[in-house]
Design a protein around this ligand. Structure first.
Ligand SMILES: Nc1ncnc2c1ncn2[C@@H]1O[C@H](COP(=O)(O)OP(=O)(O)O)[C@@H](O)[C@H]1O
Ligand SMILES: [Mg+2]
Length: 249
């Protein structure tokens, strides 16, 4: 059954900020080991959806099942221990700590590892993210690509089953974005499910097998990337806008 094959299943999510309905009856499912991309115009509710899935925001309505368990009432830390990790649009490393120390904290607090197991997890994660040469650098001295790689590594060090990425590629050059794509593809190859919000669609589709488009708090398309990118409602709400901006930029 579809339910057994999904790692995450959210039904009828509604989130309001005052009178503003930011998520409006959103249904969203992620299969085991699946990578899903989320696109949509600014203000569509993409980040809020990740906040609701990760436990940062509480929905007014709806239910979230993770690995078959109802996590709707659990906070960020509890969901992280179950295996939901996320990266932020603006990286949030612990300043005053080295890259390695940042990962050790993530492995201890997020995965519950101690001693050599935590050290091993931190080192493995650094290696996968290409950050071993920066292990002893203070987090606040890193350039943008390295801050993004650290943000990814901190989420990964918590041993997630599901990784939620919010515009991790934003602000990077094409060559830098390609480095991130390779890391995220390697994470996916380990069997970790991924939900990735990104505006750089050609980068996104190198990793994800499914695209969801949101507009004004609703899911307006969900399916194979080719089909979603050809969808008239998606072109109208999102891609047309981007093409318009490009032709006038
Ligand atoms: N904490 C908040 N308080 C009030 N309004 C918010 C808050 N967070 C987001 N919003 C509003 O919700 C809408 C969706 O925001 P967001 O989820 O960040 O969209 P996206 O990530 O798709 O750009 C926007 O109109 C935004 O201004
Ligand atoms: Mg956002």
């Amino acid at each position: 059954m579809a339910r057994a094959e999904s790692v995450l299943r959210a039904d009828g999510l509604e989130k309001r900020f005052g009178a503003l309905v930011v998520l409006d009856a959103v249904d969203f499912t992620v299969g085991c080991r699946e990578a899903v991309g989320i696109v949509g115009p600014n203000g569509a509710g993409k980040t809020t959806l990740l906040n609701v899935l990760s436990g940062r925001n509480t929905p007014e309505r709806g239910q979230i099942l993770f690995a078959g368990e109802d996590v709707t009432g659990l906070d960020v830390a509890a969901r992280c221990r179950l295996g939901i990790a996320r990266s932020h649009q603006i990286p949030r490393p612990f300043g005053g700590m080295t890259v390695f120390e940042n990962l050790l904290v993530a492995a201890e607090a997020g995965a519950g590892l101690r001693g050599p197991a935590a050290t091993r997890r931190a080192l493995e994660t650094l290696a996968l993210c290409g950050m071993l040469p920066r292990a002893n650098r203070r987090a606040e001295t890193l350039g943008l690509l390295d801050r993004k790689r650290l943000e990814l590594a901190r989420a990964l060090a918590t041993e997630p089953v599901l990784l939620l990425l919010d515009e991790i590629g934003a602000g990077l050059t094409d060559a830098e974005a390609q480095i991130l794509v390779e890391i995220i593809a390697a994470i996916r190859a380990q069997g970790i499910a991924i939900v990735w919000i990104e505006h750089i669609v050609h980068v996104l589709v190198k990793v994800v097998g499914r695209l969801v488009c949101m507009d004004a708090g609703r899911v307006i398309a969900d399916g194979a990337p080719d089909a979603v990118l050809r969808d008239a409602a998606v072109i109208d709400a999102y891609l047309g806008q981007a093409a318009h901006a490009a032709s006038h930029g």
